[in-house]
Design a protein around this ligand. Structure first.
Ligand code: NAG
Ligand code: ZN
Length: 284
């Protein structure tokens, strides 16, 4: 590693230490690798995921979902600033409703083109925002465009992220495929019941929130699907609670299989604080 890299990485680590209490695998030796996950595991379950928010349509998505849980991969500075008053309110509402929130990077970058330092910065800024708004550190990530690379996988591991989520199906909203196409994606999924799915949607389109999603929920529930967040549908991946204790983990694993999965915790259990008060640092 070149000297300048060491200096800037040290600077990143130092700035983190001052603001966000972090838990780094590096303190205890080798970092466990983050897994790429592109589908649910449990039959009869489907995870609906919404990228690129906060974007203003979270309220409509929540209304359509009712008590069903979904997953939101957030940007800091994409179409809107994560610190805008209304966005902070929506993010807190999503969390209070029990939806799962993950990082999608600060600027929606193509991570295959970023340096190691730039990759850390993208994560650092999102972690600051999660800490300020929710008092949590996310351990779930989705790579924008599904573009990964060595720097991304290394930084995910170093920062303790558990998973990089991809998807099994794409409603095509970001590709401007239209409402009829989006509905047809869900019709085709419904025909595959009980096969699990993980579906890519975007929180940035009003038609996704108000037309495709309500239709999708009807189709999927008629077919017999249970709509859940990504942490619930992973089945045998869930050994989280006892990952340091082999014997206990087998017991937890069996219990999960017997009583049904309640999901793993998608945040760092060592970094739990209170939502912060807005100050002059809440800017994009
Ligand atoms: C991301 O960058 C890589 C490398 O330059 C390029 O091959 C790929 O097409 C880019 N992806 C997108 C979605 O722009
Ligand atoms: Zn995206």
């Amino acid at each position: 590693m070149r000297f300048s890299n060491i200096v800037s990485v040290t600077a990143v680590l130092a700035s983190l230490a001052s603001a966000v209490p972090t838990h780094r695998c590096g303190d205890q030796g080798a970092c466990p690798k983050a897994h790429n996950v592109d589908n649910c595991y449990n039959p009869k379950q489907i995870a609906l995921t919404f990228d690129d928010g906060p974007a203003g349509f979270e309220k409509d998505i929540m209304e359509a979902l009712g008590d069903k849980k979904a997953t939101f991969f957030l940007n800091g500075c994409n179409s809107q600033c994560i610190y805008d008053e209304e966005n902070v309110k929506q993010i807190r509402a999503l969390h209070a409703k029990g939806h799962t929130l993950g990082s999608h990077g600060w600027t929606h970058a193509n991570f295959s083109t970023l340096s190691y330092d730039q990759t850390h910065q993208e994560f650092e800024k999102m972690e600051q925002a999660f800490w300020k708004i929710l008092g949590l550190k996310p351990l779930y990530f989705r790579a924008p465009y599904g573009e990964t690379g060595d720097n991304l996988m290394r930084v995910l591991a170093e920062r303790g992220y558990k998973k990089n989520f991809l998807w099994s199906d794409n409603v095509g909203d970001a590709d401007l495929c239209g409402v009829e196409y989006g509905k047809s994606v869900y019709e085709n999924i419904a025909k595959t019941f009980p096969a699990p799915h993980m579906v890519l949607n975007h929180a940035t389109y009003e038609t996704t929130a108000k037309e495709i999603l309500p239709y999708a929920i009807c189709e999927l529930e008629d077919a017999g699907y249970e709509i859940v967040a990504v942490d619930t549908c992973l089945g045998e991946y869930l050994i989280h609670a006892a990952r340091t204790d082999v014997h206990r983990s087998h017991v937890v694993f069996l219990l999960v299989r017997l009583i049904g999965s309640q999901g793993e915790w998608p945040y760092d259990e060592h970094v739990v604080g209170e939502p912060q008060e807005r100050d002059e640092t809440w800017v994009c």
